[in-house]
Design a protein. Structure first.
Length: 259
């Protein structure tokens, strides 16, 4: 009886490496904000750095302008208090704070014009003082609004700058998907996340800028109104002092004429 033939061994077929796993090994897996920034395209990096600088500029303007407004409003309040409690303009000048400010400048400008126009008609003095006070108010308003235009610009443009970085980053992400020849989410996600980070930074820069600008707009309007009240008080004191001086000059004349 012939012997049975030995079974042929089945050769193991080597499995081909998954292309997606090879692609995954080359992907950056650090999806922290810093990791996404470092892995982003140069254009997206430039956009992010510009937006970060805009955010720092916003908070710098907020800090500097807040201090400036605080000191200016205090000076106006003290000057108004001195004017309302004084009998004459000279008394108010003596009670004013020593530090120079637009509020104290209104009182000094009125006294300087009065002394320079000694002996001239009263109406002309009032007119010249009113012109001087209006120029002081206009200069103070321009100085106080300086820097707030930067906030308006950042608030209006930062979202669109961030959107530009996002569009550029997503475009590069799709180019990377095409080169990797895979639609695996692990391939798509990092590039899109890096792109969306630019939009997030744009909003972080824009929202505080808009809010701070609106707050400053209201505060500066209130400051201008208080400065206008100061000018009105100065004119009221000046008018009274001029009338009192005219009455003191006129009384002896009337007495002499009566005699």
């Amino acid at each position: 009886m012939p012997a049975a033939a030995a079974p042929t061994p089945v050769e193991a077929v080597p499995s081909a490496p998954a292309p997606e796993s090879v692609a995954d090994a080359r992907l950056p897996h650090d999806l922290s904000p810093w990791g996404m920034f470092m892995a982003a395209d140069m254009v997206v990096k430039a956009v992010m750095l510009g937006l970060a600088f805009a955010s720092v500029l916003t908070w710098s303007v907020w800090f500097a302008k807040s201090l400036e407004l605080l000191f200016a409003r205090r000076a106006v309040s003290r000057t108004l208090k001195a004017l309302r409690g004084a009998v004459t303009l000279s008394d108010a000048a003596a009670e004013m704070p020593k530090a120079s400010s637009p509020a104290t400048a209104t009182v000094r400008a009125a006294l300087a014009e009065w002394h320079a126009s000694a002996g001239l008609p009263v109406d002309g003095i009032k007119e010249r003082v009113a012109v001087a006070l209006s120029r002081i108010e206009a200069k103070a308003g321009r100085r106080m609004t300086a820097g707030t235009g930067v906030l308006a610009t950042i608030g209006a443009t930062a979202p669109f700058v961030g959107l530009f970085g996002t569009v550029w980053g997503i475009m590069n992400a799709f180019i990377g998907i095409s080169k990797a020849q895979t639609t695996n989410l692990a391939v798509v996600a990092p590039g899109i996340a890096e792109a969306l980070l630019a939009t997030a930074i744009g909003l972080v820069a824009a929202i505080p800028a808009v809010v701070i600008y609106n707050v400053f707009a209201r505060a500066i309007a209130a400051y201008k109104a208080n400065l206008a009240d100061t000018s009105a008080e100065v004119m009221r004191h000046l008018s009274r002092d001029l009338d009192r001086a005219a009455a003191e000059v006129e009384a002896p004349r009337l007495r002499t004429a009566a005699e």
